[in-house]
Design a protein around this ligand. Sequence first.
Ligand SMILES: [Zn+2]
Length: 336
Amino acid sequence: MAKPDWREIQRRFLSEYAKSGISPKEWCEAQGLNYATARRYIKKSTAQKTAQKKAAQSTKKTAQKKERENKKKSSEEKVQEEKIIFSEVVEDGYDSSSFGLSPQQALFAQYVTAGKTRVEAYKLAGYKCTGNNAYFAASQVYRNIRVSRYVRHLRDKLEKRQAATIDDLIHQYTAIANADPNELAQHRRVNCRYCWGEYHLYQWRDVAEFDRASASAAKDGKQPPEYGGRGFVNTADPHPDCPKCGGEGISEVFITDTRDLEGNARWLYAGVKETKFGIEVQTASQDAARRELSRLLTARHGAGSLPTGMQPVTGYTPEDYRKAQDWINSEFGDLD
Ligand SMILES: [Zn+2]
């Protein structure tokens, strides 16, 4: 039997289908054709079109998918790149643990510091949320007091690092070397309550303080407190002839409000640490700053330009400069 001319048969089916709308199966059976074989060739034109369309769509989809993948890839590369730049900038962002942050919160703060919007940072940190919700949720993270403290911390640090051009380094070293540590914290001897009281009796701050003490004594059935006058100021110097303290006053450690630091002290200050022994004020090393300053000044102007008392250091190289910069970074690296 000759091979059927399927093209001709299909053409006949289509003309019949156009008239009666007969299904390919019915038509094949009516024609005495084995439908199982014929179905590959005998199709409704619409079905054919759909098939073509589907084929076209799938090609298109594949193309789109490829495009998406490419985009994804390039954005991944971009993120990778950014991470590299970013890590140079923020580097030890994982000191975030001292801020009581989750790794995601820390990452969020780092991206915000690197200049991302809160929504971008939110997504980059791996939070899952879309549309308006993302803004809302990102804002919640952003407003978290710990997160915002960490962001401030990172920004401060970033600022200090970005300032590290050679002139800035010289400026910073000079500031650190010349800073007076007393501007940060002092141990001082201050007057006792009997130093400046009349007849060296207990001196009160003001009448209200005395009245409170009197009332309390009366309530407990005690003698009224002694009265050495008013005007006690706890920062005054001791009285040299005070019979109570012998002129030595009392010991007091005073830590300045570091938010108000200005000038050199601001560069000396490297943070505070709460230890079990109390608050520890951390400072940049003044000795190291003097050494580095000496190096840089020698390199720039020659040994003759050194301030008196400084040892000239010769053989300055870019490596030295790098070290100097590292030093500044490490001084402020663990600022918290
Ligand atoms: Zn005294």
